[in-house]
Ligand binder design. Structure first.
Ligand SMILES: [Zn+2]
Length: 177
């Protein structure tokens, strides 16, 4: 029905057709998995901050990193998305290693028993580190951070530069920003 040569046809609605596709993530309401991630990062900041404060110190470095991550998440930054996943995974591995060594030490004879509260807290932290990693992999989160292929919908996306400004789909090779 739409003949491109028909001079009487109403002009097409998109005046930006010759301009490349949008260069930034489309602003959208924060989906539930991202909201949950924000809540967990805030909870972690409170736990880490409070437990250090109880010992008379404040971990400014850790709290600063969490603040920057939160800022990036609110701004739909793909770099923040990547860092939440990478740092969450590292924290899961580190906490898991500590828990394993505690558990092994607990079993050796003559070793002072680890307080159940220590193991409980470690388990809680482990869970809180792991959940954002899983949440960030969901499709609503990927759409929010614009790290899902706009052409074929694949989640196999790689960053083309360190700051994660340009992305490429590993499946159909589409690149976008
Ligand atoms: Zn694709």
């Amino acid at each position: 029905m739409s003949d491109p040569k028909n001079p009487y046809e109403a002009p097409h609605a998109d005046p930006n057709a010759t301009v490349p596709a949008p260069l930034a993530a489309i602003p959208m309401a924060m989906p539930a998995p991202v909201k949950a991630t924000v809540g967990i990062i805030v909870a972690l900041a409170l736990i880490v901050g409070y437990s250090a404060f109880a010992q008379g110190t404040l971990p400014w470095g850790q709290l600063g990193i969490m603040a920057v991550l939160l800022w990036g998440v609110v701004r739909q930054s793909a770099l923040a998305w990547q860092y939440v996943r990478v740092m969450g995974t590292l924290a899961v591995l580190a906490t898991g290693t500590i828990m394993l060594s505690l558990a092994l030490g607990n079993r050796s004879p003559g070793h002072p028993k680890i307080h159940p509260l220590v193991m409980g807290t470690s388990l809680l932290l482990e869970t809180l580190y792991l959940i954002p990693v899983l949440l960030m992999g969901t499709k609503p989160a990927r759409r929010y951070f614009n790290v899902i292929c706009p052409a074929c919908g694949s989640v196999r996306v790689k960053a083309l530069d360190f700051l994660y400004r340009e992305r490429r789909c590993k499946l159909c090779q589409t690149t976008w920003r």
